[in-house]
Design a binder for this molecule. Structure first.
Ligand code: SIN
Length: 496
């Protein structure tokens, strides 16, 4: 049994979740006493109320992170590794509970939620292994006159702002490398999905407390007013690092705020992933990959294929195959057995998808399948049917903007150069996908594509051991892999 204050469950949430603010190892109500509602996107119903963290709570959390820093930095890397490894084991052992909470607040089907638990926990295991491999340098200076030593240490307290689409994995992808590097953290989870992150933080708190380590290492402040909470934190000299996953628009605002304190920043921002299908592709495999790349979390991922750029020789076969595959998907509440596509996160997300589809159709696109909301009596939540649009104008919003919904616009091209030029004709550059059997073309695309990641003949690139991140306006820095911990480390060069 945990000793979490404000642990709560509701009829639709069959798991105890902390609903308070976690500061210095204690869960408590928000300092202003306020709460905000968390909703089930499959019904629109209120799931539970959560403490509405205030700017004072944010600053108290930063003070706790700052207080815990010297002891956590001094904690042996092996001990930090073992904390993370124990957390990994406990999260995996509680997969069903975590999955139920992810589905309840985020809407994704339970099987996908369980996959997120495995994926998210893997960051914790990976960084438990990296914690003891940080290294450093000792060498003779080139002049031979002295020696050079380069020590690596955690940058200091970090503010981690996480999105709603992967409430566990995006939190672990930041918290685990930060802790492995010796940083302490203040986490601001997305207001739409604070529960999973708080449940994870409670597991970390428990493990730290059991080992007699400072529990202020991880602090969590849910809030309904992000900018009010974040602005004073960015202005506070105790904060040394900001990591954010979310839209490019919000990322720009945060970067401006971070400039004041010259903070280290990691930004995982918007995408507009091209999914290229060349004329020599295995079209059946491309259809299968397209479903994976598009439909994970109902299209609500930064790495979701957004534009299907298909060579005209295979466009008809690909579009028909994709429409047939989308028709087989089962839309419904994530908790209902057999559901393969859950709801969108909120009502305005459905409104936006509707607008984008209508604008494409007005511009001449044809709806091959879907194209609207399913029957609202049967599915009263925030649902949209899996949709394939063909003959889409490359200038349509569906092609230029990140859709964040289950809609696949197909645009044709006539040559490799044209396909690549279309793929690069965006300010974003997070991920791209390419289907081709030609190894030479794979290399040309890999060298010419303007994105931080490329999936070749596969619709999924995410892996805790790989550097996830974008170029252009898709962000700064990398998460995951060897690179992810570097974002939380600084060097001290000692000449001796
Ligand atoms: C995201 O949507 O930001 C992350 C998706 C992933 O890690 O696969």
């Amino acid at each position: 049994m945990t000793t979490v204050h404000l642990a709560a469950r509701s009829q639709t949430l069959p798991v105890d979740v902390p609903t308070g603010v976690l500061v210095g190892g204690d869960w408590s109500p928000a300092s202003g006493g306020g709460t905000f509602e968390v909703h089930d996107p499959a019904t629109g119903d209120v799931l539970i109320e959560v403490a509405d963290g205030t700017p004072d709570d944010g600053l108290a959390a930063l003070a706790a992170a700052d207080d815990a820093l010297p002891a956590w930095r001094a904690t042996a890397p092996r001990e930090r590794a073992e904390v993370l490894r124990t957390v990994f084991d406990r999260v995996i052992a509680r997969t069903d509970e975590f999955a139920a909470v992810i589905t309840a607040e985020g809407g994704k089907p339970l099987a996908e939620a369980a996959a997120e638990v495995a994926y998210g926990a893997e960051y914790v295991r990976w960084y438990s292994e990296q914690a003891v491999r940080v290294g450093g340098v000792v060498r003779t200076a080139p002049s031979g006159a002295n020696h050079q030593m380069v020590l690596r240490r955690g940058v200091g307290p970090a503010l981690l702002i996480t999105p709603w689409n992967f409430p566990l994995a995006m939190a672990t992808r930041k918290i685990a490398p930060a802790l492995a590097a010796g940083c302490t953290v203040v986490v601001k989870p997305a207001g739409l999905t604070p529960l999973t992150t708080s449940l994870f933080a409670e597991v970390v708190r428990e493990v730290l407390a059991e080992r007699g380590l400072p529990t202020g290492v991880v602090n969590v402040v849910p809030t309904s007013s992000s900018s009010a909470l974040v602005e004073p934190l960015l202005a506070d000299p105790r904060l040394r690092k900001l990591s954010f996953t979310g839209s490019t628009e919000v990322g720009r605002v945060l970067l401006r705020g971070a400039a004041e304190g010259v903070l280290r920043t990691s930004m995982e921002l918007g995408g507009n992933a091209p999914f290229l299908v060349f004329d020599d592709a295995d079209v059946a495999a491309a259809v299968e990959g397209a479903v994976a790349a598009k439909m994970r979390n109902a299209g609500q991922t930064c790495v979701a294929a957004n534009r299907f750029l298909v060579h005209e020789a295979v466009a008809e076969e690909f579009s028909a195959g994709l429409a047939a595959a989308f028709e087989k998907l089962v839309v419904g509440p994530g908790s209902r057995p057999g559901t393969t596509v859950g709801p969108l996160i909120e009502a305005r997300a459905v409104d936006r998808v509707e607008e984008v589809v209508a604008q494409a159709v007005d511009g001449g696109a044809r709806v091959a399948v879907g194209g609207g909301r399913p029957d609202r009596t049967a599915l009263p939540g925030h649902f949209y049917a899996p949709t394939v649009l063909t003959g889409v104008d490359p200038a349509a919003r569906a092609v230029r903007e990140e859709i964040f919904g289950p809609v696949a616009p197909v645009v044709t091209f006539a040559s490799e150069d044209e396909g690549l030029a279309l793929a690069n004709s965006t300010e974003f550059g997070l991920v791209a996908y390419a289907y081709t059997r030609d190894v030479g073309r794979v290399m040309r695309v890999a060298e010419g594509i303007e994105s931080g990641m490329l999936g070749v003949n596969r619709g999924m690139v995410s892996d805790a051991s790989a550097p996830f991140g974008g170029v252009k306006q898709s962000g700064l820095g990398r998460e995951g892999g060897e690179a992810g911990i570097e974002e939380y480390l600084e060097s001290v060069y000692v000449a001796l």
